[in-house]
Design a protein around this ligand. Structure first.
Ligand SMILES: Nc1ncnc2c1ncn2[C@@H]1O[C@H](COP(=O)(O)OP(=O)(O)OP(=O)(O)O)[C@@H](O)[C@H]1O
Ligand SMILES: [Mg+2]
Length: 474
């Protein structure tokens, strides 16, 4: 297998070549066999820690850092991969897949940084991205975590590691902002054509392909945001450089899954204003997409007024699409196959009761799916009692049976999610040299809707003495 280099065919302003930054003694500590098989990687790659630490390169590889810009918490900055190397693309049945090394050393975009990553955050990205994938949510994937054998200086000295990440591309909203800020019409066009080749090849011959491309990105992001909101995922740092063109979730920094349902939930210590709070995510996605539209506006029409109109029309669709997908997702969570006018109100009433009674988001829905309610404030409240009567009546309006509704709910409401405390415990064990808890956690998270029998006991609860697994249920 030989890696491809289509990104390198772009004009040179879009990347910087990077010399190899060798590390002392690379050692692969986590390997995703399923993904390796999916990508049909040659078996000997598994043994090549040097490839994954950036000490040596497989056939056809290059070492480039991609240029991009980004609005970080609303402030525009020129950025670029300061600690990641794109080594090439693998040809698969689903198209080209980028292979990137995150934490592989300094690049021309490193600014003041060391270009490195610590083991903990790379394990976290591996665990949560793979959990997202298993939950059916588009995401970058994780192939390997490789210790470098070197320490990195953070608040304390930590073990350094490199994450091998794959993605259907690493093109970001910020890549287009970079092109618009730095370059001319032709460069924006070349980038858009490249993105269309990677993600929307069927548009290539269309007359209004750039407007349609924007519509596609909006569509993908509306779907993604609906999935985040339905599962209770808080990204935490939705800067424009952390939003993909592919519609895959990227950059698992300060992200977390909701415990108690709270629209104001924020997990990032630097997000003091709550810009990226759980309930704000759809609005912020819309804001980011407006930055994409601005960046490619000149491609829409010669006439500025017409171009702006086309962009505005596409952007106006975002909240509409988001709401359609969100309600579709919430209906499934409540076992509803058909759509009725009052469904949104029914969902909102439940969510309001959950917020008021500080109910656990995942547990509540799973309890509804199981038809087995725990003794807690929500389930004992009058608000829930009222709501449940309405829900039962609503279920009776369906043509399907209660058993079918229950099956739908069990497919839509996970038993396990990567809970922060459990993820952190597993990472702490790994930092102390024991990777078994991380492996076990990954295994449990790989079948979130249908836990294997031997793991059923993980659905017990927090007082459970198995410290490494996430739990949920009654
Ligand atoms: N240790 C570091 N050294 C150099 N640059 C860094 C370092 N950490 C982050 N950066 C850069 O700072 C910018 C913002 O960081 P952010 O946390 O969003 O990205 P990231 O987690 O490094 O990568 P990605 O978005 O690809 O997952 C990026 O351009 C990133 O490359
Ligand atoms: Mg980032």
């Amino acid at each position: 297998m030989k890696l491809k280099q289509t990104y390198k065919e772009l004009p040179s302003i879009f990347y910087a070549d990077v010399a190899l930054n060798k590390v002392a003694s690379p050692h692969v500590v986590l390997w995703n066999e399923a993904l390796a098989n999916e990508l049909q990687l040659p078996a000997f790659w598994r043994e090549q820690a040097d490839y994954f630490a950036g000490n040596d390169m497989p056939e056809g590889a290059a070492q480039i850092a991609q240029a991009y810009a980004g609005h970080q918490f609303g402030h525009f900055t020129m950025l670029g991969d300061g600690r990641a190397l794109l080594i090439g693309e693998v040809e698969t049945e689903r198209g080209l897949v980028d292979v990137q090394l995150k934490g592989a050393g300094r690049t021309p975009f490193s600014r003041g940084g060391d270009g490195r990553a610590a083991l903990g955050p790379m394990l976290r990205e591996f665990i949560i991205s793979e959990a997202m994938h298993a939950l059916g949510i588009p995401t970058t994937r994780s192939l390997a975590v490789t210790l470098t054998g070197e320490l990195v200086q953070r608040e304390s000295l930590l073990e350094g590691a490199v994450l091998t990440r794959t993605a259907s591309s690493h093109l970001r909203v910020g890549t287009f902002q970079y092109a618009r800020q730095l370059a001319d019409y032709e460069h924006v066009k070349v980038l858009a054509d490249y993105a269309i080749m990677r993600h929307d090849a069927d548009l290539a011959e269309q007359r209004d392909k750039y407007v349609q491309f924007l519509q596609r990105v909006i569509e993908r992001q509306a779907k993604l945001l609906a999935q985040w909101q339905c599962i209770g995922f808080v990204h935490g740092v939705m800067n424009t450089d952390n939003m993909t063109i592919s519609g895959e979730t990227i950059d698992y920094g300060p992200c977390a899954f909701l415990d108690t349902y709270d629209l104001g939930a924020v997990f990032s210590s630097i997000d003091r204003q709550g810009r990226y709070a759980f309930g704000n995510q759809p609005k912020m996605a819309g804001w980011n997409l407006a930055r994409l539209a601005e960046s490619i506006l000149p491609l829409f029409a010669d006439n500025e007024e017409q171009a702006t109109e086309a962009a505005q029309a596409a952007l106006n669709d975002f909240p509409v699409l988001f709401n359609v997908y969100w309600l579709e997702g919430m209906r499934e969570k409540l076992g509803l196959f058909t759509a009725r006018e009052d469904d949104r109100e029914l969902v909102q009433q439940l969510l309001l009761a959950m917020q008021q009674h500080k109910a656990d988001y995942t547990e509540t829905f799973r309890a509804l799916a199981e038809g087995d309610y725990p003794d807690n404030e929500l389930f004992e409240s009058d608000a829930f009692f009222d709501w449940e009567m309405k829900w039962q009546q609503r279920l009776l309006q369906e043509d399907s049976s209660y058993a079918e509704a229950q099956q739908l709910m069990q497919r839509a409401n996970p038993i396990v999610i990567p809970r922060n405390e459990r993820v952190n415990e597993a990472i702490r064990a790994a930092e102390a040299g024991d990777f078994a808890p991380v492996e076990e956690l990954l295994h449990v998270l790989s079948t979130p809707y249908t836990l294997e029998e031997q793991y059923a006991h993980y659905a017990k609860g927090p007082e459970d003495d198995r410290p490494f697994v996430t739990y949920c249920g009654t």
